[in-house]
Design a protein around this ligand. Structure first.
Ligand SMILES: *Cc1c(COP(=O)(O)O)cnc(C)c1O
Length: 325
């Protein structure tokens, strides 16, 4: 199951120690996993999911991919790039209206050749079925990738990522007590939970919630649990997962999706100026800020080894030029 994929990126992504930043938070040793360097048209966590989703689309002999997201969707940009590699047509449904100026991910998706449909208030794929019917009627064979690539097939990318992590940690003689990351559509988190169990990692996940709005009226915890249950059956695991297995920190999502506060701004600049690493304004800036808050308040035991999973998102910086200068 986790071997059934189509190569789209460079793996394993590096693990790097944040030597300078760790000096500012001497109670902790901080590492970063560089999925911003997966290599797919400026990288990101969706590359891992797309390796499985594109494989399924090709196996089903589809010729067209449809997916959806916000205008600055990293998922949509990486999907457009994956389609270029695999020789598939790509249709993106993006929230909002057609803007005068294209920037960030929207610009990249356009350069990558995707056909873009603007869907107003609907930024989570509400209009996918209508478009699919129309394209299928015109002789295309469409494959739908769910919002954020977060179905169980996409989540396999992060089951496999945990195998990759385990191998790296063994090789480097390291252990990680905690893994912080940005959680939003749930596929990353579900894959990590399954992978940790499957490959017997000792790390505890601290997912930082990014988007306080629910998708289809279902809480993110429930979305993740459903994916984990489905995955545990597919992977023939013995463990019975319950809602108690799903953690999610909602302390940092109050400003709303895509809204950049002083917290994220300061965090983005702190990491950039200490380590030369760029976080993104929507996901990793918020999640990294949450992690630093844990350090400042000693919300996790001192002397822990902590891994921040950098999930990418760099192009969105170029949508926030005034706020970040
Ligand atoms: C999509 C995305 C996430 C969240 O991953 P999910 O699997 O949707 O929870 C985190 N960071 C970045 C940069 C993303 O693009």
């Amino acid at each position: 199951m986790i071997d059934n994929k189509y190569n789209l990126g460079f793996f394993p992504t590096p693990i790097q120690k944040l030597k300078n930043l760790s000096k500012n938070y001497p109670d902790y040793t901080i590492y970063i996993k560089r999925d911003d360097n997966t290599g797919l048209a400026s990288g990101g966590n969706k590359t891992r999911k797309l390796e499985y989703l594109i494989k399924q689309a090709l196996d089903e002999e589809c010729d067209t991919i449809i997916t959806a997201g916000a205008q600055q969707s990293n998922h949509c940009r990486q999907t457009a790039a994956a389609c270029s590699i695999a020789g598939l047509k790509c249709h993106l449904l993006l929230g909002g209206g057609n803007p005068k100026k294209y920037d960030g991910n929207l610009l990249l998706s356009s350069i990558l050749g995707a056909t873009i449909h603007f869907t107003g208030k609907n930024r989570k794929g509400e209009d996918i079925q209508t478009l699919k019917n129309k394209l299928d009627k015109n002789g295309n064979k469409c494959f739908v990738i769910s919002y954020g690539g977060s179905n169980i097939i996409g989540a396999m990318g992060f089951v496999n990522a945990m195998k990759e992590l385990k191998e790296q940690l063994t090789e480097q003689n390291l252990t990680m007590d905690y893994i912080f990351f940005a959680s939003s559509s749930g596929g990353t988190q579900a894959g990590m939970i399954l992978g940790i169990e499957l490959f017997k990692l000792k790390s505890k996940l601290i997912p930082i919630n990014i988007d306080k709005d629910e998708t289809n009226g279902i809480s993110l915890e429930k979305v993740v649990l459903n994916l984990v249950k489905e995955g545990s059956m597919l992977l023939k695991m013995n463990k019975q997962f319950t809602i108690a297995d799903i953690s999610l920190n909602r302390d940092y999502d109050k400003d709303g999706y895509g809204i950049l506060s002083e917290n994220e701004k300061n965090t983005i600049k702190e990491l950039a100026r200490k380590e030369g690493i760029l976080l993104d304004p929507v996901y990793t800036g918020r999640a990294f800020n949450g992690m630093l808050d844990y350090f400042k308040k000693n919300k996790i035991p001192t002397n822990s080894n902590v891994l921040f999973w950098h999930t990418g998102g760099l192009p969105a910086i170029f949508k926030y030029t005034n706020e970040l200068k």
